[in-house]
Design a binder for this molecule. Structure first.
Ligand code: ADP
Ligand code: MG
Length: 449
């Protein structure tokens, strides 16, 4: 049995910096609650860091929604076009096609991006022979968006590697509808714009009436939850609305951008932030999500290698290349059965480090566990915060994203940490809500249109 403290004390010391005590976890919950309240309230919203955008989605699905809907999913690894047929509560038929958004489009003019999206949509609709059907479309757009209606949203800022000119400050629905209309070969109506978190909540709620939270731990991280309309001051007429609830898109990834998480952040977090394309932004996301976890591991590994304390005598260009160590490697390394290092040695081999040194590979796994455990602890803080905020006694959480779905222990880490924090006072369930971006867009189109 490896004892980190004894077998690789220097790595252990570094990893200690990523450990978050129970006391600090409770403090994070407390601080996040404060930030959320600032986002909700009209007088503090303009300077709030966690924006808590209202989504204009005030009804959860009943399970009775039916029909054919188009959906677009932009803001993940792939851009996708989907045709979703809600046939029955248990039968949702999805035809979808994924397209790669090139690096050029990701950081080029917004006009080109929307023209490309419209082109993919047209191609897909022609294949499905629905280009003249004037189908309703739900647009899952997973970037910070200030909504002013169910199908009207102003782009706030790009995240997750995107940075297209001429979009921030504009109504994204209009940009896309214009690009579609400009083509002239396609009839579709964009009836709703939503975030992937909202889609995930709706998808889970379609089969699970207790679902009150949608969570993403994928390329980025974010969550939405069901708030009382009376608390959503950014809605005109919130005091007199006849709908009691409103889904709030927290835009939680930005938590900490004002420094309130600095008490748990490490020097490694600061390096990763600096070398990202959006420095000083998405602080919480950069400690949690798939875009960054691999790089955090790589930072620690490289430091230990440079000090001659890990993979001694070995080096490679790959391990020294920024962003080269992928988050899925963490999952694979942590999937090796105890005491074995098959995946770990294969991955290091791919990274140009050929070794079977078990002590080194154990150390590598320990670093991976440290980074994924911290991610799960921070995610647990966010969920506990929302559960407490709603004063929920019985709550399901719909979750999507590659980190949650593919990391071998992420679900268990969430359960363990949340149970400890909630001390058994709340019944909760964490449910994978696969493809919430697609199904959820259709459900919102069905519920709202
Ligand atoms: P998104 O829609 O945010 O891109 P996805 O559900 O498509 O989320 O997940 C993709 C992300 O999940 C990738 O960017 C990567 O960071 C992460 N990921 C992919 N595979 C794995 C894995 N095996 N283990 C952990 N994270 C993974
Ligand atoms: Mg996604």
């Amino acid at each position: 049995m490896m004892q980190p403290e004894q077998h690789f004390p220097e790595a252990f010391q570094i990893c200690q910096k990523f450990n978050i005590s129970d006391e600090n976890m409770n403090e994070i919950v407390h601080r996040l609650t404060k930030e959320i309240n600032m986002g909700l309230a009209r007088d503090t919203h303009p300077r709030a860091v966690v924006k808590c955008f209202i989504t204009y989605v005030q009804d959860l699905p009943t399970g009775k929604e039916r029909g054919k809907y188009l959906a677009l999913d932009l803001g993940g690894t792939n851009f996708r076009v989907l045709l979703v047929s809600l046939n029955s509560e248990t039968d949702i038929d999805i035809v979808s096609k994924a397209f790669v958004i090139s690096k050029e489009l990701m950081v080029g003019p917004g006009k080109n991006l929307f023209a490309f999206i419209a082109e993919c949509l047209a191609m897909f609709c022609k294949e499905q022979k629905i280009e003249k059907d004037n189908l309703p479309l739900g647009f899952t757009f997973s970037f910070p968006l200030k909504q002013i209606g169910i199908n009207k949203g102003i782009m706030i800022t790009w995240t997750k590697g995107f940075n297209c000119d001429g979009v921030v400050g504009k109504n994204v629905v209009e940009l896309l509808q214009d690009a579609i209309n400009h083509r002239g070969d396609l009839k579709v109506r964009i009836v709703a714009i939503l975030n992937d978190t909202t889609g995930t909540l709706m998808t889970c709620a379609f089969t699970n009436r207790n679902c009150r939270i949608g969570l993403i731990v994928g390329t980025g991280t974010n969550a939405c939850y069901v708030e009382k309309t009376i608390n959503t001051e950014m809605l005109d007429g919130y005091q007199t609305s006849n709908k009691p609830n409103m889904i709030v898109n927290c835009e939680m990834g930005a938590f900490g951008d004002n420094g309130v998480l600095d008490f748990v952040r490490t020097s490694y977090d600061k390096v990763v932030d600096k070398q990202s394309i959006n420095p000083k932004r998405q602080t919480f996301e950069k400690c949690i999500s798939g875009m960054y976890l691999g790089e955090l591991v790589r930072q620690v590994v490289v430091e230990l290698m440079q000090k001659g304390l890990l993979f001694k005598g070995l080096s490679s260009d790959a391990i020294n290349e920024k962003w080269r160590f992928e988050t899925r490697f963490i999952s694979e390394i942590e999937s090796d059965p105890p005491g074995t290092y098959r995946n770990a040695s294969m991955i290091m081999d791919q990274m140009g480090i050929r070794t079977n040194n078990e002590l080194d590979l154990a150390c590598l796994r320990y670093i991976c566990q440290t980074i994924s455990t911290r991610s799960a602890k921070l995610t647990s803080c966010a969920l506990v915060c929302l559960i407490n905020k709603m004063n929920a006694k019985d709550c399901s959480v719909g979750i999507d994203g590659g980190v949650y779905r593919f990391h071998p222990h992420f679900h268990n880490l969430l359960m363990e940490n949340m149970n400890r924090m909630l001390k058994g006072s709340v019944k909760f369930e964490l449910v994978v809500s696969e493809d919430g971006s697609g199904r959820g867009a259709a459900l919102i189109a069905a519920v709202c249109a």
